[in-house]
Design a protein. Sequence first.
Length: 391
Amino acid sequence: MSSKPPAKKATATRVASKRATPAKTQAKPRSAAPAAKGRPQVNLALQGGGSHGAFTWGVLDRLLDDDGIDITGISGTSAGALNGAVLLSGYVQGFAGGDEAQARKQAQGALRDFWRDVSQHGPLFSPLSIQSNGLIKNEFNFDQFPAYQWLNMFMRSFSPYEFNPLNLNPLKDTLTRHVNVDALRTGSSHCGIPLFVTATSVHTGQARVFTAEELSLDALMASACLPFVFQAVEIDGEPYWDGGYTGNPALYPLIYNTEMRDIMLVRLNPLRRDDNPTRSIDIIDRLSEITFNASLISEMRAISFVKRLLKEDKLDGSRYKDLHMHMVADDDSMLPFNASSKFNTDWAFLQELHRIGHRAATAWLAEHKAKIGHHSSFDIDAVFLKQGQPG
């Protein structure tokens, strides 16, 4: 992808460029200097997915270990944006004394404290709660309970403007306890880690990327605002919904606003399900998964196209980035947890997701860490652009 505004004939990347953050708020690029202690440098793209964001917590917890990677930029949506904001808040605080090791530990602690807080205040986030010993994965899904099906029908029949006229949202109090807005706004200048948060404009249907001075608790709330659950979040007089509809997560802010070629996607939502949904609730859930993956697949298609043109010497390599794409995911372990479990904040469930994410990151580092800075560690076409073939 281009590190400068793309040429006119590159339509797909030209559109992305126009959506990028205005120059006055662009983050200062971090130098591609050798990483501390030999750690490779990577931009992170964090997908959203409600409570499934605890999988990302596990991934980040492992990547922040001393033998992990150095983070050079974060683009996050919904739960991915919250993880990114909490991580950066802790990192900047620890980095203030000039100790990078302390910054990494502080970020790890901040993430754990945040998810523990979410669990302790679980009834505020979801009227349902499941206490499970974690031995049977289906115990973590809400859809087996009639109360969930009734609640789902209720929320489809009445808008949050009707059943929550006071616009109560417990997420803001939680974010206030765990996010330092000043740290988000100065993360790039203090420690070289810019944060990009994506939300969806209700008026235009376009993605808006908040960064630097635009970052706020409201921006994070907007990025995680499910329209059937919460009222739209207004920022500067414009309403916003969950960023997953237009960028889950958005990759282009990392492409155009940082110098790094390596992007690691932490993916939560499965790309493929082999079962055919027949219940209305299952159909709606699968449609939501497809919708929330659509923007990511579109960006992956554009990246694949540019990489192919670069390989064929049809584009100027000095103007276009030959991106190195990486991905941490574990569909086999995550598939048993359906959409209803994204509202489950039981600590046993969050710990299980953390364990799966930590294990997935450990396996990825062992197999692919040496590829960072050299080439991609997965085939974009094979993973994202298959035409519906089984397998």
